[in-house]
Design a protein around this ligand. Sequence first.
Ligand code: NGS
Length: 284
Amino acid sequence: MLCCSLLLGHFRKELQLPECKDMSWSTGRVQVPTEVTNINEAVAMLPGMKAGGRHCPRDCKPKDKTAIVIPFQDRQTHLDILLAVLLPMLVRQGLDFCVFVIEQMSRNEFNKSLLTNVGYIEALKIDDFDCFIFHDVDLVPIDDRNIYRCHTDGPVHMAAAINKFNYSLMYHGYFGGVVAFTRKQYLKINGASNIYFGWGADDDDLRDRVTFKNLTLFRKTYKYGAYDMLYHTDSKKNSDRFKVYKTRKVRQDYDGLNSVVYTSSGLLLLPAYTRIGVSYDRVL
Ligand code: NGS
């Protein structure tokens, strides 16, 4: 699923194109719809979109390739709302991107971090993405000046200001919701842990993996890194989370990208995203 055609004539033309600007045009604050009737129709109106939620700018040369990875289970309404806002925004930002929805098929507790690892591994089988944005399905960006690019100096916490916390940070070390890693940064920390089943603490663990490997964390401003959380009832809390979190430092080098075990049901190229179904066994 290579984005830009490498046919010689096309390639020459591409080299002459100007580099894409971070903000070709923006609307500032964006409206979040309460429902989306047909996401496929909405996507068909966007210039440069290809099957699988892939986009390649037509009139400029992108700086890098971004994989948006959305861990998913049973939240189709949220996914459609998120994509109805996010896709036009990323197109306006002139990004070369692909949206991957990594759907947990096994009926055990949701394991978001394991699914982000799978997203990283599977996306790299498709193309040489430079930047990975791991995105909760219930968080919708509300400002299109929030550029979905990675920072080579360190991972970025993008969801700085969520409506649920009055558009401020829930706590100083909060590193949840939406985070951006370059390919190298995520590899350096050995990805995320695979052993958090259910809600909570996996994002705190991920933050500490970053600092244990001496990477610097960055955060978007409250103004641009603003998100609305879509309504849902509370997810099932992981009662073991504090116990698992305690062992985070010793686990980092053997629990992560290098140890994730799963079965993939293969790729499905839908108009708005590439879907990958994933099953795995609970290990603890
Ligand atoms: C903390 C959790 C984080 C979670 C954050 C915000 O308490 O994993 O709340 O959650 N840490 C622990 O449980 C140790 S939110 O309200 O956004 O769902 O991300």
